[in-house]
Design a protein around this ligand. Structure first.
Ligand SMILES: Nc1nc2c(ncn2[C@@H]2O[C@H](COP(=O)(O)OP(=O)(O)OP(=O)(O)O)[C@@H](O)[C@H]2O)c(=O)[nH]1
Ligand SMILES: [Mg+2]
Length: 424
């Protein structure tokens, strides 16, 4: 990060496309796009606007008149970077950059930039690099087809020829193979870590949710950790885990804070973060943290559920929903929310900031984890002392008797604990 440089002056555009059936309310979408831009420290958002459009124009995205109008504003404000909240084809990007004399990023490009700014672990860095390269590769190909066509028609010579583009693609492919190999190595080490953690005697509770919902704030409050919690999109990128004792002498659990989700998450990134989010797949309990004070809270929750499903999260994993930031609502509304949450199973109105509503939530975590447990009788030969020690570590042994050729145990454990045991 270069702090001494002047921030790049940016303008944010949200194309509100009328032909797009399931388009989001433009005001909220623009607000989110501005927050996304603000998540990059080197950008200063000078202005933003909604651009109503009947349908996207093939070569330029916007209509000619609109482009002229925007050009005037861009020049008057000395804008260097235009962020378009939506997909922009490579051809459109090139043409708009030329028309306005700026650099342009689309939504996927911007999210990739943020992720690459945040990635802290080796694994995170590799994943973002791979996502960015895959994105770049598709754009390279399409831009080239366009150039070729144009050159053919006008008879120009020069510019990148086929061999150059082919070489670029090959270079990207080779780089991707290299990255994948490195990633595999890192994942293998992490798998070892996870195996080590599987021996840790506690169930895993994963916090998931839309970006900025309050996951890290809750994580910090419960664990006393200091994970960066900020009014900034994608404050957290790498998953963080900490052991916590649930209050009231409840069981000890491992709490896991994860990367936030966002609508239209670039597919490259979902794929890239699969490995990281496997922590979530391995959880004994999922806590979905929602910002209930956000005007789009319903749509955000639906997005999170879609992403969880696409990650293959097992429907059998119990889930608790938190209606967080209840303190931001006017008292009458907060009261109505608390009542509505109270009528639903596994839903709690909370404030990670003030701590309100957390006690009943934590009691439910303890109860759910306990309800999940079932009893199993095991016979362990003397040679399996390691497994026996593991069971005792997990605190699942109810009774134990020494027989002639080993131990007879009665254990009470969760499905996942049993699965981990069977895999040992
Ligand atoms: N008023 C209020 N603000 C909250 C509450 N929980 C979190 N916040 C604020 O919301 C912002 C985002 O909180 P984070 O904990 O960083 O959110 P996150 O879900 O971890 O976000 P990402 O890491 O970006 O996915 C911060 O400014 C928090 O102080 C709450 O219960 N009430
Ligand atoms: Mg966070």
């Amino acid at each position: 990060m270069e702090h001494d440089r002047e921030p790049t002056r940016a303008w944010v555009l949200h194309p509100d496309i009328k032909s797009d059936r399931d388009r989001r309310p433009a005001g909220f979408a623009l607000e989110e796009a501005v927050s996304l831009a603000a998540a990059l420290p080197e950008i200063a958002v000078i202005g933003s606007e909604i651009v109503p459009l009947q349908r996207p124009q093939a070569g330029l995205l916007f209509g000619k008149g609109k482009i002229e109008e925007l050009k005037a504003r861009i020049e008057a404000n000395e804008i260097e970077l235009v962020l378009v909240d939506g997909p922009v084809t490579p051809i459109q990007q090139r043409n708009l950059e030329k028309a306005w004399g700026v650099k342009l990023l689309d939504r996927t490009g911007l999210i990739l930039e943020i992720f690459s700014d945040r990635a802290a672990t080796r694994e995170g860095v590799l994943q973002v690099e791979m996502a960015a390269l895959s994105y770049q590769r598709t754009r390279l190909v399409r831009a080239w087809t366009h150039l070729e066509r144009q050159r053919g028609g006008l008879g120009f010579v020069g510019g990148p020829g086929e061999t150059q583009i082919e070489a670029d693609r090959r270079a990207i492919d080779e780089q991707l193979v290299r990255l994948r190999r490195q990633l595999e190595k890192v994942v293998k080490t992490r798998d070892l870590h996870r195996k080590a953690r599987a021996k840790v005697p506690y169930p895993i509770v994963a916090l998931v949710g839309y970006t900025n919902a309050g996951k890290s704030t809750l994580f910090n409050r419960l664990t006393g950790a200091e994970v960066m919690a900020k009014d900034m999109l994608f404050a957290t990128l790498d998953p963080t885990m900490r052991a916590v004792v649930l209050p009231g002498g409840g069981p000890e659990v491992i709490l896991s804070d994860t990367v936030g989700f966002i609508s239209d998450l670039p597919t490259e990134l979902v794929a890239a973060f699969r490995a990281t989010l496997e922590e979530v797949l391995a959880a004994d309990l999922i806590v979905h943290v929602r910002d209930i004070s956000h005007p789009e809270t319903g749509a955000q929750a639906a997005d999170v559920e879609d992403i969880l499903a696409s990650l293959g999260v097992d429907k059998a994993v119990p889930l608790i929903e938190l209606w967080n930031k209840i303190d931001r609502l006017p008292e009458a509304e907060a009261e109505a929310m608390r009542n509505a949450a109270g009528r639903k199973d596994g839903v709690f109105a909370t404030s990670a900031l003030t701590g309100a509503g957390l006690e009943p939530f934590l009691a439910e975590v303890a109860r759910q984890l306990d309800a999940e447990r079932h009893e199993t009788r095991l016979h362990l030969p003397f040679a399996e002392g390691r497994k026996r020690a593991w069971l005792h570590d997990q605190g699942v042994v109810e009774t134990e008797e020494q027989g002639e050729d080993g131990f007879d145990l009665l254990v009470r454990w969760t499905d996942r604990q049993e699965k981990r045991f069977r895999e040992m």
